[in-house]
Design a protein around this ligand. Sequence first.
Ligand code: ADP
Ligand code: MG
Length: 277
Amino acid sequence: MQGRRTARAGHTNGGLGAGETVEAVVTSKKSSLESSGTLELKSPEAVRTVSLVRHYRLGRSIIPAVDGVSIAANRGEFIALLGASGSGKSTLLNLIAGLDRPDSGAIVVEGQNLATLNSEELAQYRRHTVGIVFQSFNLVPNMTLYENVELPMRLAEVRRRERKARAREALEKVGLQGRLKHRPSEMSGGEQQRAALARALVNQPKVLLADEPTGNLDSKTGTEIMDLIRGLTRALQMTVLMVTHERPLAERYVDRMIFLGDGKLLGETKNKMGAAR
Ligand code: ADP
Ligand code: MG
């Protein structure tokens, strides 16, 4: 695959050795925290994984779901993680989402080294730093649309008035302001994914992680969701990592495509067409 050469080139472009980069990012987090109390990173990187490994043990066999993957995403970049079914895309995304812990390797997101976070801090990270969207929407079935979108803000202890304002704003952004009292079963697939997107955005995450967000939608609705993601992330200056196995779709929207196979990084290509949109 032509990607192999690009992968090596990409790695060299990074300049620093993997360990050095993480150390630099973590050090810069510490010093800026000490000096100003806020997190001001000089690094343009939003996400970096270094030699990430996640193996599943299944009886006596070991499945190398993610097998030494080092990738980086710059702030504001829209990246697609591509690969055949079983290539480790979801495992990688779940690790970055803080939903799963690696066996080895490092993950640094917006200056936070996930390995240093305890479970409460990791919950905070999931609540504030990242927004997550899944193929199957994962809305709470017995809650209304409004309640679903409000939920992450309740968990983050956002005050009631603010919750209301932000929920309404998010629902307006995804064009669902007229559906507040609907339950998920009363909405179409496309509407449910819009709702899931609004829910992912209400705590104003810096990074949006999406696992096959159009996988359960027909192609027209899928295109609408992609337009929405592209538009919102540009407007909100978010970084997006999107898992998909649909290369043509990725080519139309993303800035860069990263290819995985059997848990390994196969290569990556910049995508002028998507970036121009
Ligand atoms: P993708 O999202 O690219 O389809 P996954 O990350 O879901 O791939 O899976 C990567 C590999 O890890 C596959 O071989 C899959 O069968 C295996 N795997 C995923 N989750 C588990 C699990 N919970 N237990 C055991 N094996 C798993
Ligand atoms: Mg998957």
